[in-house]
Structure formats: structure tokens, C-alpha cells
Design a protein around this ligand. Sequence first.
Ligand code: SAM
Length: 469
Amino acid sequence: MTITDEKIKEEFQSLPEDFWDFKLSTTHDLTHGLHSYPAMMVYPISRNIIKIYKKYQPIETLLDPFMGSGTVLVEGMLGNIPNIYGVDLNPLAVLMSEVKTTPLSSAQLEMIEIHKINLSKIKEQTIKVSDDFDKYVREELRLDITAKKGWGDSAHKYIDNYFNNKNNNYQHFMNLGFWFLPKVVIQLQTIKNFILHEADIAVRNFLLLVFSETVRTTSNTRNSEFKLFRMTAAKLLNYNPNAFEEYFKILNRNVEKMKDFMCYDVFHSSVHISYEDTRFLNTVPNHSVDLVITSPPYGDSMTTVAYGQFSRLSLQWLNLNDPNQQNVIDIDKTLLGGKPYCNKQQWALLGSQTLTETLGRIADKDLFRAYDVFGFYIDLDKCLYSISNKMKKGGYQFWVVGNRTVKLQTLQTDKILSEMAQKYGLKYLFSFGRNISNKTMPSLNSPTNEPGARVRTMTKEIIVVLKKE
Ligand SMILES: C[S@@+](CC[C@H](N)C(=O)[O-])C[C@H]1O[C@@H](n2cnc3c(N)ncnc32)[C@H](O)[C@@H]1O
């Protein structure tokens, strides 16, 4: 360790034990609050890491290789870092990060005001049309809007018949009616078509992000959960969302947050956002990164956080998924740990004694669960390799990780990560812990994908600090 390393370590370790909990901090101000996302990083974590690190080493380039909703990137801008890179394999995360890191000019804010005025002019008429259509579906066709069949799986048929949808004003995707009431489909589609007329790309993306949040709040999902669970039939029958009201409410909120963000000096960073798999990381130049701050997925989205499920309805409405909208790409299968890796012989190759021993104990109970777990770490190891290649010598990495439990065995990801990293010239320096209190993920989660069936997941996170040698 150099003298600077010692000093950085000393400063981090001199902080009070609960310093990193940020129990009382609000986490949704500025552009951080433009859209919800599972397991968002509590932003004071990255803000304080940047503040402390900057005292000792300059930061030319910051990278978050699992940027999610873009928390670290926004903090990089507020910290005046010249180059900022963010990568994610979820197209909704890419849209969110783009919008959150793109300050709008006053001319662009004016365009949004005009959009609001023009959209309100067609609000009453659209609501009338959507109410009539809703009535037609429920009363004339006598369809049960809570059933899986009929409106649930063939909404497009009824829409086409009613509206004579020759010019494809209404889009289709699988189970559209299962997730949206008849009137909501018509309202959402009208708002979306209106947004698409907006020529300015930054303004259009800003509005599409508002639309995405509106999709979520007006869908038939239970909004208290990040996974896709539908409301009960009894609840649905009395459910009466108004997409226009929701959209205007979220739009006004987001405009205020963007204005607050623009009061800060956030115009000096060059932000590069990519839709990419961090196992490859081709969009970030080699040997360019001074600082990485990131929180990787916990692995095993079935039992922890399902980014794909959370994003699916927005991706379908925004056509950010499969272009023909028939086959929904299961994003969760493409992310880290999306596939099992059935080769026991390779367990030791990752270079982590802790991992090899834990996999052995899991395999004694359930070999296939061990393969699942190994699939995650083999992917994480590939990311360590690719990220390591992007680092400048002497650069630091701060990894915020949680240690989940599989078959009653704790996966000590902090330790496993440090052990695996060594072979890529990444030296473990120190780590510190935090209690999860504000993080936007449920501490109670469904292990079986059944609504209501819940177990306690993680309540602590560990921040592991590595250095590129
Ligand atoms: C814990 S979240 C990051 C949350 C983020 N710190 C925030 O504040 O919103 C992990 C992210 O990793 C992304 N991810 C998972 N596997 C990936 C891969 N192979 N390449 C790039 N991103 C990936 C997920 O889509 C998810 O957005």
C-alpha cells in the first residue's frame, strides 16, 4: 500500500459506524427521482465516495458498469468529473440514465410547456372515447376484463374491430389486456402517439420516461412490488386509473426535479451511456478509468430483484424490446447469473476458495442450485476481467454488494469478489459495511414468485474497495 492508499483507508475507517446508512437522507431529489427502479443505490454513498477520494487523487474518468437508473452518473456530474461512462444491459435503464444526465435548456423546458398545453387540449375528447370503448368491451361485448382469455389475451382484436385500426395507431403486445384496462390502453396510446411527434430528441426522451412511469402506475400491477403481480380480480373491478392525470402529475414532478438539477453546476461532464454487456465492455477505452463505483446485481433474479420483470411493460410500450412485440425477451435471462453453468470442474478456476467451499456445501443439498449460483459468479468474474482492463494503474473500484443466502448458505460476495479479482491485478484494500434502510428494494421478497409468499432478504451491504496495480 502506498502512503496515499493508507491515508484514504484511514479516512474511510475513521467515519462513524453508521455513517453509510444514510437513514434520514431523501434519495429522490434532483433527477435521481425521475423514475423508480429496483435496488437503486442511495446516492449519498457515491457522493461521499467521490468527495473523499477526490481529496487524495484526481478523477478524470468515472465508470459505473452496472449503472441501472444512473445514480452514480448523476453524482459524477454533480462532482464535476470530466468523463463519465455508464453501461447497462436493460434498455429501460439506458433511457433512464440518458434522461437523468441530460440537462435541458430553457428552450427545451418551454417545448415541454407547449406539449402540456397541446396534450391537455385533446384530454377530454380522448377520455370520452376511451370511456365509450371501455363500456363497449364490458357491456356490449360482455367481456370479463379480469379474465386471462378474451380481453386479457386478445385486446388487439377488440381494439381493431372498434377503431377500424387500419393505420396501426394502436400497437399490440402479448397479454396487453391482462395488464391494462380497456380505457387505459386507449389513453396511454394517445399520449404515446402525441409524444412521438416531438422532434427534439432530449425532450422526447424526457417525455417518454414520464410515459414509462405512467405505464407502471396505471397498469394492473401491484405497484408496491417490483415483480409483475396483477391485482386481484375484485380490486380490478373497482380500479379506475386516469392515464392523463397520472402523466401530467409525473410530468410536473419531473420538470421540477430537472429544474432543481440544473441549478447545480452540471454542465462540465461528458457522459457516455451504452447499452452493453459488461462482460465485454467495448465502449469504454482501455486504461482510461480512475474510479469505478458500482452495485452489481445480487444474482438470481428469481429470488432477489427482477430487473426484467420490473421493466417489461414499459419496454413493450416503448418498443424497446423485441421489435415485433410478439416474443418478449426475458431480460432477466440475459443479465448476470441469467443462466446456470453446469461444470463442477471449473469451480476452482475462478480463484476463490470461499466460493469453491460454499458451492460444495450448496451442491450437497441441491446440485442444480449450485450450478445456478456458479453461473452468476462466472459472469461476475468476466466483468471483473473486462473492467480491470479499463482501469488506469492505481485506479480504485468501490463495489457495493449484498451477501445473499442460498440453501441456508451465505454467499460472501464481498470476500469472493476480492479473491476472484486478484488474478486481474486488482488488489483488495479494505471494506466497510452499511445497514440497508433507504434502498428502494424490498427487504421482504418472494422466493417462489408467489404473491404474498415472502422471506427476509438482505439487510446489510458491504462496500469493497479494490485497487488496480
Ligand atoms: C443493482 S442494479 C444497479 C442499480 C444502480 N446502482 C442504481 O442506482 O439504479 C444492477 C444493474 O446491473 C444490470 N446488469 C445486470 N447484468 C448486466 C450485464 N451483464 N451487463 C450490464 N449490466 C448488467 C441490471 O440491468 C441492473 O440495472
